[in-house]
Design a protein around this ligand. Sequence first.
Ligand code: GDP
Ligand code: IMO
Ligand code: MG
Length: 423
Amino acid sequence: MKVDVLLGLQWGDEGKGKIVDVLTPQYDIIARFQGGPNAGHTLEFEGIKHVLHTIPSGIFRKDVINLVGNGVVIDPVIFQKELEKLAPFNLDIKSRLLISKKAHLILPTHRLLDAASETAKGKNKIGSTLKGIGPTYMDKTGRNGLRVGDIFTAQFKEKYDALVEKHVGILKHYEGFEYDLAELEGPWMEGIETLRELTAVDSEHYLNHALKSGKKVLAEGAQGTMLDIDFGTYPFVTSSNTVTAGTCTGLGVAPTKIGRVIGIFKAYCTRVGSGPFPTELEDATGEAIRAEGREFGATTGRPRRCGWIDLPQMKYAIMVNGVTELSMMKADVLSIFDTIQVCTHYLIDGNKVEDFPFDVDGANLTPVYEELEGWNCDLTQLDDYSKAPQALKNYVTYLEEKLEVPITVVSVGPDRKQTLNNN
Ligand code: GDP
Ligand code: IMO
Ligand code: MG
């Protein structure tokens, strides 16, 4: 069997959690391959809204294994809180949630370093979620990190103390940055105790054995392609590879084992945090999208920046990920408009540019739009794509032609049930 991949094509928050939850009944294993608690994946069903940060979005479906892969970074405190929130649902976490021994741990001092670094950057800050993601991946690539497997060894405390000492040394360079480490360490050590009671596995072996025995695996991405450390709008990115290739390194599956690649995108576009966003609308239209789409971060509550869909950006994301099918989210949000704009290309210094360029932050970049007819009616009660208004179908067909990939799912509301198949 091959691993199917589901990931975000824009700047995150595309609706990945919802579609993973919708697709989970077709799979045996759902595996997160990168990122950490900077992610906030929302699932809605039976009138309840759930937000997951580290735990894969297949956790609510019976009999499905959820795996936190080696590419993920785990904050034991946030992890414990997530588990506590799941406790009332009797999900049999011990046998259904597996954690890679090679996943790295976010230390309290990683969070402090994240905060100190952002403060020092001033107006050039990344707009990080401040969950310690950057410093943890830095220690991973710097070969200093602590991994889940270490917590079962006798040297764990010694390794922890050595790394903390190193961090405290670095923190001294941030003048005026104050902190109380002891206050953070108590809950962290409690979180480690909780992790010890869960099931840690050699996840690359586990997954490859599972594939060999015919099990179906879906890899769940976090963040989005434009936040990828290599292909995103650097330096305003996260610190992991959010693209399909990240599945191979983040789970230990070979490139030849990748199957379908499901790209998730909003019918418009959003971004939270700093950095370039060519089609951003800093006006009443942008505010209307934010209000209608409830565009506030699932992890930090920050307002998301909103704008129209950007075809050069989408084509770029489809290219680097090898997307085989698309899910278009939040079509219902655009119901408030009579007309919808689609950015077809940019003008840079007066020249037409269709390939997403190296520098998108230049004042010289102008997005060029094509206007399409809106549908201007409520979509949230639709139960069949064939009943969708013609203007929505035209929008979908237009995007399919431009992007050269089929849009197989159209989402018309946050609930599991508000999902239309277009096959
Ligand atoms: P993720 O990080 O990609 O999983 O996305 P988030 O959960 O951060 O943000 C997506 C938000 O949009 C969540 O609040 C979802 O409940 C909501 N959502 C998902 N699909 C739809 C949809 O089709 N319509 C509307 N109105 N909301 C949606
Ligand atoms: P999901 O999985 C949206 C953004 C932050 C910041 C930048 C770096 O829910 O789609 P970091 O905390 O990684 O140092 O932040 O990346 N960011 C996200 N934006 N959705 C996310 O995850 C994000 N995770 C990080 O806002 O701009
Ligand atoms: Mg999110």
